[in-house]
Design a protein around this ligand. Sequence first.
Ligand code: ADP
Ligand code: MG
Length: 328
Amino acid sequence: MVGEFDWIGQYFRPLAAGNGIALDLVDDAALIPLGDGQALAVTTDAIVAGRHFLHTDPLDLVARKLMRVNLSDLAAMGAEPVAVFLTLAWPDRTSDADVAAFSAGLGRDLTAFRVALGGGDTVATDGPLTASLTAIGRVEEEGALRRSGAKVGDVLWVSGTIGDGALGLRAAQGGLTEVSGTHREALAGRYHLPEPRLCLGRALRGRATAALDVSDGLLQDVHHIATASGIGIVVEAERIPLSAAGRAVVDSGAVSLLEALCGGDDYELAFTAPAGADGEILARASASGIPVTKIGRAVAAEPAGQPVKLVDARGRTIPVPRPGYSHF
Ligand code: ADP
Ligand code: MG
């Protein structure tokens, strides 16, 4: 079966090759140089009812999630949000109240993240509700965070906690009854309303050697840093930070640690930095109010091996059958 990345690589990357904007379609956003050392970071992400959110999810939360997953890509570039453009394809049965709810959620996050609604498009569809947002940010061209700068010997870091998004989906679907209602609510909250790590992304400019946002599963996304940077990465499973709720789920045996780590929807930042920069990374993260944890290291790429290896506390490789979410 082909994956989305095969299609992007085969059919779209060649069209974007060498244009000085698309970064070969390996990054979280394109960078359009403005000629004065500044650049616009531009990203677009779509969400589809039944795929990215539940048909029963309140539409104000859907709008806010759409906004946040796009801002997360700007965070991954170290960019500051400026404006968003919104395309909505509504099913025929849509009511005025549905549109009102969506716009209320959007309005709330436009204010919260101080970003302008620049325009959009509104159409009808025979399919499920589909919403696409294009987000535009500003960043100094030199300081922008890319996926491609990690060097052998760098440390791999991750922000916040991993696994809550995927576990939150299960909680939102009525699952995870093995843990307390408080834990289920905390997890469902993280699924519905991810927190784009904009302050942290900006704080890492000029210091992180590579970065991306963890949207499709930590190991699959770290794989993108490894291939874009031409290195290997060893991830230590036991260092990966879990929330109290995530830990409770894994301890209950309801979901394995591996499944929790490979589910996606975290919207944390994974990034690399030189081994000597630990103190500075911790200080910058602390100033931005987001905890960060060291979870691995960059190693020389093995020509025939997998670029990302997950290991246990004794250094033994843990097989990862399905490192992340794939649309196809
Ligand atoms: P992210 O998870 O950070 O949003 P994706 O995995 O969706 O990134 O996409 C990977 C890269 O492929 C990005 O650079 C994105 O712009 C590019 N891309 C995805 N789909 C298309 C498409 N249909 N045409 C052109 N570029 C695409
Ligand atoms: Mg991304």
